[in-house]
Design a protein around this ligand. Structure first.
Ligand code: SF4
Length: 292
């Protein structure tokens, strides 16, 4: 087995079985904030037990191990073809070992060949840079939370949402309301203001690579993130929609340029089973550092 293959299988195993520290800390804080003896508190306790058990037994945190999405930051001249071949092999082997559930279905025939391989599965995004480091991040994106993602084309008359920041705020909060009781909250929102339909969703998902506790360097977007987080948590939707103080664990927003004719707001939703890990590879493709 090649060193790169071993490194990627370990990345998949850990991503599937362990919640990253920043998300775990946010979950613990929200458990402490829920009122004792409420359904919200017991929902959070069940989530906490699931996380502890999965880590101890090195088993998937959720039976839906999600869409497998790699983000690779690599030097110029990096061999992306070989990387993608090895990534596919790693997904197949991780599935065989039970780190990933057999979760990928042919959309036309409905057949599941049990390998998790097929068009778009896994997805690998490459971003070249002029540095020497190679970093591989992995997001396992559950289907239930993917179903409650939403894309709005502003203006939206029914929501009184115009093509401005207040309009963005209205549609983002609408997405939170529509997701209540679905998508396995408490969740995290990744949002992109602008772009086209495809890049809007793509950029919104990339927000999940940010640490939950970071602050947006753009003061306008930072204020919007804090505002949406507070407002959503004041709605009382709570964990799993059972009522309570924690509806969202975090909100991450970016902006992309748009053409004057369009104004999209793309909202991706990540469930409490927020699986995201990352590794830095050394020259021999060994894991030299964990990124989260
Ligand atoms: S939405 Fe998340 S927690 Fe719910 S079933 Fe899917 S992966 Fe699991």
């Amino acid at each position: 087995m090649s060193v790169l293959l071993e490194s990627l299988i370990e990345l998949i195993r850990r991503s599937s079985a362990e919640i990253p520290d920043d998300v775990n800390e946010a979950l613990v804080r929200s458990l402490e904030s829920e009122k004792k003896g409420t359904i919200a508190e017991s929902a959070m306790r069940i989530i906490e037990r699931n996380i502890e058990l999965a880590k101890r037994k090195s088993q998937p945190i959720c039976q839906d191990t999600g869409s497998v999405i790699f983000y690779v930051t690599c030097p110029v001249h990096f061999d992306t073809v070989t990387f993608e071949e090895v990534a596919r092999e790693a997904v197949k082997e991780a599935t065989r070992k039970g780190f990933l559930r057999q979760n990928s279905v042919d959309s036309i025939t409905g057949k599941n060949d049990g390998t998790n391989l097929g068009p778009g599965s896994p997805t690998v995004h490459f971003h070249q840079h002029r540095g020497a480091a190679t970093e591989v991040r992995l997001v396992l994106k559950g289907g239930g939370c993917e179903n409650v993602g939403a894309q709005y084309s502003l203006p939206q008359e029914t929501l009184h949402a115009n093509r401005d920041l207040d309009g963005c705020r209205r549609v983002i909060l609408d997405a939170v309301l529509q997701a209540q009781g679905k998508g396995c909250g408490p969740g995290v929102l990744g949002v992109c203001i602008g772009g086209d339909r495809a890049t809007g969703y793509e950029f919104s998902k990339q927000q999940f690579l940010r640490l939950l506790g970071d602050r947006n360097p753009n003061p306008t977007l930072d204020a919007l993130e804090q505002d949406i987080l507070k407002t959503a948590n004041d709605l009382g939707i709570g964990p799993m929609g059972f009522g309570g103080r924690t509806t969202l664990l975090g909100v991450k927003i970016c902006a992309a340029n748009r053409v004057p004719a369009s104004y999209f707001v793309s909202v991706s939703y990540m469930c409490w089973a927020f699986r995201r890990q990352g590794i830095e590879l050394d020259a021999a493709s060994r894991i030299s550092r964990w990124l989260y």
